[in-house]
Design a protein around this ligand. Structure first.
Ligand code: NAP
Length: 291
């Protein structure tokens, strides 16, 4: 292997340590303890594990765990009513509706009940628009984590040619938008892209958010390029990504492993967003009081 490893675990640990100090400083300055309301509907085992990790990390950062659990058969109106209550509650800085929700629920209108200043997942229509317009707001966690990793390793973004493979609302589109906002020249590739390997070989930075195990290999990578693998696949040999790591690492200059790359950044950025949400609300309340 010739590429340098991007150590997401180490970067995430540094982000979390700095965040803990920032949370203490915010509480000392404002008297407000930031709080995260995770909302879990039903008992999907994977979602239960994800939510438990988020709650544990919230408390470890000095923020309040304001978790809410609704039964599997909760109606649209019941979830709406809970989200409206959390939206209006000044104790609640951030609201996270854990996805997927049970089949009887329509997730999109539920997500849009979360006010942009509490939208720690950055997925509401308003948050997406604010990102596009470069207005203050909360950015989706995994895409924000990708940017944090590039910055941690001093990978130049401005003027870089970047290929993002994937155009989902959760990862591909927002990461492309964040990179454009940082003055990268961004190409978004997807399942209809012709000559994917050739398109990718023009890139200084490749971000793979495809959801296809090992699709991106050495032929997709320009020698010395930075490769960020967002993919997560569970197999008999453990976790792996969208990048065929061994061959790709022979060509790349820097590369994220799976596990231990982008994955650990997602919760770290959720915690950062929860504090940022509390700050936003404090600023908005101050602005309203002086208006
Ligand atoms: P998704 O919604 O399934 O989107 C996949 C995208 O990849 C689509 O835009 C699709 O194109 C494109 N695509 C699929 N096959 C392709 C191919 N053969 N060539 C080129 N493009 C192709 O997935 P997602 O939610 O963005 O997630 C992507 C991966 O990231 C998954 O492995 C997921 O598990 C992982 N993930 C990780 C984290 C983390 O914390 N590390 C967080 C979220 C997601 P079309 O639009 O044309 O269909």
């Amino acid at each position: 292997m010739t590429a340098g490893l991007i150590d997401g675990k180490a970067v995430a640990a540094r982000v979390r340590a700095a965040l803990k100090d920032d949370v203490s400083a915010f509480i000392a300055r404002t008297g407000v303890q930031p709080g995260l309301a995770t909302v879990l509907v039903g008992g999907d085992p994977a979602s239960e594990v994800y939510v438990a990790n988020k709650r544990k990390s919230t408390v470890a950062s000095g923020m309040a765990d304001l978790h809410q659990h609704l039964p599997e058969d909760a109606s649209q109106a019941e979830v709406e009513s809970l989200l409206r209550r959390l939206a209006a509650d000044p104790q609640v800085s951030g609201i996270l509706l854990q996805l997927p929700v049970p089949a009887q629920l329509n997730a999109a209108p539920l997500i849009d009940l979360i006010p942009f200043e509490k939208d720690v997942d950055g997925l509401t229509t308003l948050s997406v628009g604010r990102l596009a317009q470069q207005k203050p707001g909360l950015r989706p966690c995994t895409p924000a984590g990708v940017i944090e990793l590039l910055d941690a390793y001093d990978v130049p973004i401005e003027g870089a040619n970047v290929v993002v493979i994937g155009r989902s609302e959760l990862v591909g589109r927002p990461v492309a938008q964040l990179l454009v906002n940082r003055n990268a020249t961004v190409t978004i590739a997807h399942s209809r892209t012709r000559n994917l390997a050739e398109v990718c070989r023009a890139a200084d930075i490749v971000v793979a958010a495809v959801g296809v195990k090992g699709l991106i290999t050495a032929e997709h990578i320009k020698p010395g390029a930075t490769v960020i693998d967002v993919g997560i696949h569970r197999g008999p040999e453990g976790l792996s990504g969208d990048v065929d790591f061994g061959p790709a690492a022979e060509v790349a200059g820097l590369i994220t492993p799976v596990p231990g790359g982008v994955g650990p950044m997602t919760i770290a950025m959720l915690l950062v967003n929860t504090l940022r949400a509390a700050e936003l609300q404090y600023e908005l309340a101050g602005a309203a009081a002086t208006a």
